[in-house]
Design a protein around this ligand. Structure first.
Ligand SMILES: C[S@@+](CC[C@H](N)C(=O)[O-])C[C@H]1O[C@@H](n2cnc3c(N)ncnc32)[C@H](O)[C@@H]1O
Length: 216
C-alpha cells in the first residue's frame, strides 16, 4: 500500500452509497448492532473505523455524544461532510495508540466491520479498553468465521491474512481465524464477552431484498 493511502481510499463514495441501503449493512449489520447498543442518549461513543459516518449519523440522531476515527482520508472527508464541523472526526489507524484520547473518555466503543482489518487485535483491543470507562462496553461486528472459511477456502481453523477481489474493484485484505481465536483475542486484551450474537437472524426486511442462500 503506498504511503498515505488506505485500502478504502477511492471507495468511500461507493461504500457510502451501497451501505446506505445494502442488505448486509443497512438491513443486517446496523439493525443488529444498534439493538446491541441500546439506549445511547447522552453516552460518549467512539466509532472506531467509522467509514462514511452512517453509524455516527444514527447515533447522533439518538442523542449520543460521538467521535469517529478512520484510517482512510476519503472516509474521514465523507464523514465530515455528512456530520458537519461539530463532530470530532480524526484520521487514525487503529494499529497505532490513541495518544489523543484520555483514559476512560468513552462509555462505548463501536467496532463495526473493522476489527478483521487490524493487524494486532489484542494490542488494539487493550488500547481501546484504556480509553473506555471501566463500566463501558465495546460493541463489535465482524464477518462470521464460517463465512470466511466458505469464501476463502482452506481449513476452518486457518488463522491468517486472506484476500478477496470485490466486484467494486477493491481488494479486500482481512484477517480470518476460527471463532475460538476471536474469543481469545478479547480475553488476552483483558475483556470479558458479555453477549455474542453469532447467529442473529436477518430482520424481516432483509430476505425481501436478498433471497436466502440454501445448500443442498
Ligand atoms: C467495511 S467499512 C465499515 C465502516 C463503518 N464501520 C460501517 O459499518 O458503516 C471498514 C472501515 O474500516 C476502516 N479501517 C480499516 N482498517 C482500519 C484501521 N487499521 N484503522 C482505522 N480504520 C480502519 C476502513 O477505512 C473503512 O472505513
Amino acid at each position: 500500500m503506498p504511503r498515505g493511502e488506505a485500502p478504502y481510499d477511492g471507495f468511500a463514495d461507493t461504500f457510502a452509497r451501497e451501505a446506505a441501503d445494502s442488505p448486509y449493512n443497512a438491513h443486517y449489520d446496523r439493525p443488529t448492532v444498534l439493538e446491541l447498543l441500546g439506549d445511547v442518549q447522552g453516552k460518549r461513543i467512539l466509532d472506531a473505523g467509522c467509514g462514511p459516518g452512517l453509524y455516527l449519523a444514527e447515533l447522533t440522531a439518538r442523542g449520543a455524544n460521538v467521535a469517529g476515527i478512520d484510517q482512510s482520508a476519503d472516509m474521514v472527508r465523507h464523514t465530515r461532510t455528512r456530520l458537519g464541523p461539530h463532530v470530532e472526526v480524526r484520521q487514525h489507524d487503529l494499529n497505532e495508540p490513541l495518544a489523543w484520547a484520555a483514559d476512560s473518555r468513552f462509555d462505548i466503543v463501536l467496532l463495526a466491520l473493522v476489527l478483521h482489518y487490524v493487524e494486532d487485535r489484542v494490542r488494539t483491543l487493550a488500547e481501546l479498553s484504556r480509553v473506555l470507562h471501566p463500566a463501558g462496553r465495546i460493541i463489535v461486528s465482524t464477518s462470521h468465521p464460517t463465512a470466511d472459511w466458505l469464501t476463502n477456502g482452506g481449513s476452518y481453523f486457518d488463522a491468517r491474512r486472506a484476500e478477496e477481489a470485490w466486484s467494486n474493484g477493491m481488494t479486500h485484505r482481512y484477517w480470518r481465524q476460527p471463532l475460538q481465536a476471536w474469543g481469545s483475542d478479547f480475553s488476552a486484551a483483558g475483556l470479558a464477552i458479555d453477549r455474542a450474537s453469532s447467529n442473529t437472524r436477518p430482520p424481516p426486511q432483509c430476505p425481501a431484498s436478498t433471497p436466502p442462500r440454501t445448500r443442498n
